[in-house]
Design a protein around this ligand. Structure first.
Ligand code: DQA
Length: 149
């Protein structure tokens, strides 16, 4: 069965408690449930993960790229959180692994501090979903379905 990866970076484990005026009150478990519903509808299994460690995100992107190359995965929805704005390693992992990545941000990063306007993921992403709150996650999975059809 084909799988889709939803990978979440640092501090997203705090979703629901963390700056609710910016990120809303849904928890990461709520987000996972909404993603599982859509994945089931699309006939995919779901790898839904969160880490506070940059290298772990690199490992998971490589894993997803390898699975994609054998037809076992459709790609990645990636909310790299703060690493979006700092990590050349994530960009290299996306290029090197060939993973199809939809970049996602819950908040509209372009309405926020200027350091959030820089993304090392955007230049290598297949598409970008920004500012729709946690509703962006199921949208991003549907976008993966469009792109991989
Ligand atoms: C975020 C935006 C990032 O700038 C921030 O560091 C996050 C979350 C978002 O989903 O809106 O942690 O990726």
């Amino acid at each position: 069965m084909t799988s889709a990866y939803v990978l979440n970076g640092p501090n997203l484990n705090l979703l629901g408690m963390r700056e609710p005026e910016t990120y809303g009150t849904a928890t990461l478990a709520d987000v996972e449930r909404s993603c599982r519903d859509v994945a089931e509808e699309l006939g995919w299994t779901l790898e839904f993960r969160q880490t506070n460690r940059e290298g772990e995100l690199v490992d998971w992107i490589q894993e997803a790229g390898a699975a994609q190359s054998t037809g076992e995965a459709v790609g990645v929805v990636l909310n790299a959180a703060a690493y979006t704005h700092t990590s050349v390693a994530l960009q290299d992992a996306i290029i090197g692994s060939g993973a199809r990545v939809i970049e996602l941000h819950i908040s509209n990063v372009h309405r926020r501090e200027s350091y959030r306007h820089v993304s090392h993921v955007s230049p290598v992403a297949a598409g970008i979903i920004v500012g729709f709150g946690v509703a962006g996650y199921p949208m991003a999975l549907r976008a993966l379905a469009e792109l991989s059809a």
